[in-house]
Design a protein around this ligand. Structure first.
Ligand code: GDP
Length: 186
């Protein structure tokens, strides 16, 4: 999983991160539909980073999505120190074309230490990120507001985009965030 195994860094790239089972695959499928072509997968079945090349919504720009391995539930400090950092760090630390990290958290689950650690890491590294709360379709209006507020407070973020890969809720807003960063000339 060393940077030399990543595909060429020639397109603006968006990384998707989240704990296992957060709904990342469902969201990526909903965001991308059938338009993406998988360009590469780094070795290891469960711990691979999958890279996809695709066009933006306006079909004018090429971009890449990087689907990072889901990180674990429990025993966080151990998994962070041994596994998680070891395979996600090199990517986040070195990828020159990375424009935005989409950090997924489950809207049905209280704030988690592992998510907080990821956000702290991104802040320290100066990486731009947006937080999206998945599976929002499972919550009623009241629960939605309550859970989103708890997540904002717990994770120390001002804004969380509610999304659902199942119903498509919030995908337009998420695409809009992506469009902004890929159209910035760097
Ligand atoms: P991943 O491990 O992060 O890739 O998560 P998956 O996309 O495989 O989803 C994990 C589980 O959550 C599956 O049982 C999905 O059916 C369910 N799920 C994912 N996205 C949604 C969503 O937007 N709404 C609902 N209700 N369930 C979802």
């Amino acid at each position: 999983m060393a940077p030399e195994h990543f595909p060429p860094a020639d397109l603006p790239e968006i990384a998707f991160l989240g704990r296992s089972n957060v709904g990342k695959s469902s969201l990526l499928n909903a965001l991308v539909g059938e338009k993406a072509a998988k360009v590469s997968s780094t070795p290891g079945r469960t711990r691979a980073i999958n890279f996809f090349a695709l066009a933006d919504q306006s079909q004018r720009r090429q971009l890449a999505f990087a689907d990072l391995p889901g990180y674990g539930y429990a025993k966080i400090s151990r998994s962070i120190s041994s596994g998680w950092q070891a395979f996600i760090d090199p990517y986040l630390a070195t990828r020159p074309t990375l424009r935005l990290c989409v950090c997924l958290i489950d809207s049905n689950v209280p704030p988690q230490e592992s998510d907080r650690q990821l956000l702290d890491w991104l802040r320290a590294a100066g990486r731009e990120f947006v937080v999206a709360a998945t599976k929002i379709d499972r919550l009623s209006g009241n629960e939605r507001a309550r859970n989103l507020l708890a997540l904002k407070n717990g994770l120390g973020v001002e804004r969380i985009l509610p999304v659902s890969g199942k119903t498509g809720y919030g995908l337009k807003e998420l695409w809009a965030e992506i469009e902004i960063v890929i159209h910035v000339n760097q």
